[in-house]
Each structure stands twice: as structure tokens, then as C-alpha cells.
Design a protein around this ligand. Structure first.
Ligand SMILES: Nc1ncnc2c1ncn2[C@@H]1O[C@H](COP(=O)(O)OP(=O)(O)OP(=O)(O)O)[C@@H](O)[C@H]1O
Ligand SMILES: [Mg+2]
Length: 227
């Protein structure tokens, strides 16, 4: 479980998140919905340890993350697909996916298993693996970035606005992958941000709205699918 308890952050002296509190359970997908500038990316970067907490506490499966430096958060099983989803252009997609695990010193057999699982969850990866990291369309890049986040995200997967700009067919495939992940890896907690919550349709188990840096859990009526 990911537990945020009253977390606040400041950037350039301005409070960007104010006492954000929420709980996301394993096997569940939590949507974080907020307008441009609401603080969605900052929230994910804070969970990754890239922005320091001003106050509050973040716990993952009971572990206080203040004890884990930013570079150690991948090691405890947090996978992150940022908005800009950068792939190393001189590496193949497969190399891009293996790299974070290799940097952590994970054994080859275990990396192979993680890759198999990523392909099971995101079948479109199969065709993309031999391709160069520089030869992907925007949508393909998002699929590859999801695969890379899954490679290390054994406990928590953070996805920043993955549905923005995805054509309907790819958005459908992406949502299918997230549903499959819930079944195949019920120990993983997933956080997905979106500025347009309706793009997520009925995917979230829980929706949290970020408004002017504060959060509130959506009511059942607000979560009703709009399609
Ligand atoms: N490095 C920074 N220094 C100062 N202010 C920042 C920095 N990064 C973000 N901000 C500010 O923090 C606020 C939240 O930004 P953030 O990028 O988290 O929003 P967002 O919800 O992800 O927006 P978007 O939907 O446009 O991606 C904004 O007001 C932004 O201007
Ligand atoms: Mg953002």
C-alpha cells in the first residue's frame, strides 16, 4: 500500500502540494486528476524522491520512504514513466527495458523473467523490442515506457499522463494492459495522473482530485464512467 500522510512541497518558495493525504492499495489503480499546473507531476516526482518533502510522510508497504534516497527507490520496486518517456536512442527498446534492472545488479535470469512479464502485460512490446529507441512513434514510446516502468515496478508503478495524445486504439490497448497488470500482478499498486479524467473511463478503482495543490477523493457520482 502507498500511504501519503499530509505531504506538502514547495518549489521556488511556492507551495505546490498542501497536506496531500491518500491511500492506494495493492492491486488497485488510483487516478490523480487535476488541471495543468495542479501538481500531478510534482506529486510523482516527490514519491520518486526527486523533490524534497516540506512536511508529511510517504510510506510504501509500511516503509517510510524518507529512509530511502531517490536513487534507492527503484531498488525497492518503484517504476516511473515520466511524461517525456525518454528512451536511449542508441539502444534497442529491449536494451532500454533491461537497463534499469542491470544497473540495479539484478541477475540475468530475473531480468529475463521481468521482461517476459512486461511482454505478457503489454503484448505490443514484442514487435517493438528489437527496434531502436529512436524509431518509435509517440504512442509506441508510451507503450515502451510502460514496459520499462513494469520492469522495476514490483510494488508501485507511477504513470504520468499516459493517455494524453494516444489514439483511441492505442488508448484501448494501454487500458487493457493496466487491467491485465491488476490480474497478473495484484501486489502492484498503480498511480496514473491525467488532466482529463474522462480519458481513464472506468479504469480507476479510486480517483483523487488535485486542486490548487490540495487533494480530495472523488465521490461515487464523480467516478461514474462517462462513455
Ligand atoms: N522546477 C520548478 N520550479 C518552480 N516551480 C515549478 C517547478 N516545476 C513545477 N513548478 C510549478 O509547480 C506547479 C505544479 O506543476 P506540475 O508540473 O506538477 O503540474 P502538473 O499537474 O503536472 O501540470 P501538467 O498537467 O501541465 O503536466 C505549477 O504551478 C508549476 O509552475
Ligand atoms: Mg505534469
Amino acid at each position: 500500500m502507498l500511504k501519503l500522510s499530509g505531504i506538502s512541497i514547495r518549489l521556488a518558495g511556492i507551495t505546490v502540494l498542501r497536506r496531500v493525504t491518500s491511500e492506494s492499495r495493492a492491486g488497485q489503480l488510483t487516478a490523480v486528476v487535476g488541471r495543468n499546473g495542479a501538481g500531478k507531476t510534482s506529486l510523482l516526482r516527490t514519491i520518486m524522491g526527486l523533490i524534497a518533502l516540506d512536511e508529511g510522510r510517504i510510506e510504501l508497504n509500511g516503509q517510510d520512504l524518507s529512509e530511502v534516497p531517490a536513487h534507492g527507490r527503484t531498488r525497492i520496486g518503484i517504476g516511473y514513466a515520466p511524461e517525456d518517456r525518454v528512451m536511449f536512442p542508441t539502444f534497442t527498446v529491449e536494451e532500454n527495458l533491461r537497463l534499469p534492472c542491470e544497473l540495479l545488479g539484478v541477475k540475468r535470469a530475473e531480468v529475463d523473467r521481468s521482461l517476459e512479464r512486461a511482454v505478457e502485460v503489454v503484448p505490443q512490446l514484442k514487435d517493438l523490442l528489437p527496434r531502436s529507441g529512436s524509431a518509435l512513434s509517440g504512442g509506441q514510446g508510451k507503450m515502451a515506457a510502460l514496459g520499462r516502468a513494469l520492469m522495476v515496478g514490483r510494488s508501485l508503478v507511477l504513470l504520468d499522463e499516459p493517455f494524453q495524445g494516444l489514439a483511441p486504439v492505442l488508448a484501448h490497448q494501454y487500458a487493457e494492459s493496466l487491467r491485465k497488470l491488476r490480474t497478473l500482478a495484484p501486489e502492484v499498486c498503480v498511480l496514473v495522473t491525467e488532466s482529463n479524467g474522462s480519458l481513464l473511463r472506468d479504469l480507476p478503482d479510486q480517483t483523487v482530485f488535485l486542486e490548487r495543490g490540495e487533494c480530495r477523493v472523488a465521490t461515487a457520482a464523480e467516478c461514474a464512467p462517462t462513455h
